[in-house]
Design a protein around this ligand. Structure first.
Ligand code: CMP
Length: 234
């Protein structure tokens, strides 16, 4: 992880970028300018950890380029993926707000550039411009809605249904095989699928075997072709 202060050239680019980020769009130019004084740029390699669950820290991070994965780790080493955050998203706001330890792990999924901001500076701006707090709350509520959706899925759907839902939700296009319609999605390892739907590698392998047998899932050319699950598709 490489940290550096913001150069004059970066400053203009980042200020412009932040104007399009929901939580920063209400910052006046003067506030954005003073926020930039405390801003640091962090370059992270693919696979590098940025934040560890349960560690101390109150910095806020903004993804400027790249993508990060937010996840929880279980005692048995299993992982549950909570979200993938792209450029324009932020993380670290939970510890920033309540001062408690980090709620999740955050790791770079590709070469990523982050901006980081100290808690004091952000909180001061929020006190000066309350609209910032409303934007932050809106972003948090959005995360809570997605978390509720995940809880519902984990509580009410079995592994086959969760797997079908995940594959369909992440499909890019539909294709016809014979006279049947399928949805095409990037092939993932059984371990990755388990992390996304809160299951184990073994259960995924079993479920995929059954689904392949009944032609609900076909593996072809680096893709999964998935038969629509009707009511499961949102
Ligand atoms: P914090 O707890 O400070 O550090 C880990 C961060 O992961 C957390 O702040 C949030 O920014 C982010 N995070 C935690 N849970 C979720 C979730 N369910 N969806 C998206 N991001 C999350």
């Amino acid at each position: 992880m490489i940290r550096k202060n913001v150069s004059e050239k970066d400053r203009l680019l980042i200020t412009k970028f932040l104007k399009s980020v929901p939580v920063f769009r209400t910052f006046s130019s003067a506030h954005l300018d003073s926020v930039m004084d405390g801003f640091q740029i962090i370059s992270v390699r693919k696979g590098e950890d940025i934040v560890f669950q349960a560690e101390e820290g109150t910095d806020l991070y903004i993804v400027l380029k790249g993508i990060v994965r937010v996840s929880l780790s279980g005692k048995d080493g299993n992982e549950l993926v909570l979200a993938a955050l792209k450029a324009g998203n932020f993380f670290g706001e939970m510890s920033l707000i309540d001062g408690k330890s980090r709620s999740a792990n955050v790791v770079a999924m590709e070469e990523t550039v982050l901006g980081s901001l100290k808690r004091d500076r952000f909180v001061k701006k929020m006190e000066e411009e309350p609209a910032i707090a409303l934007d932050l709350l809106t972003a948090l509520v959005n995360r809570l809605r997605k978390a509720d959706d995940m809880i519902e899925t984990l509580a009410f759907l079995d592994v086959h249904e969760r797997l079908t839902k995940f594959l369909l939700d992440n499909s890019e296009e539909s294709v016809d095989v014979g006279n049947k319609n399928y949805f095409k999605t990037k092939k993932r390892t059984h371990m990755e699928l388990a992390a996304h739907i809160g299951s184990s590698r073994e259960s995924i392998s079993k479920a995929l075997k059954v689904m392949a047998h009944t032609e609900l899932v076909i593996e072809r050319d680096g893709f999964f072709l998935v038969a629509p699950g009707n009511e499961l598709r949102q």
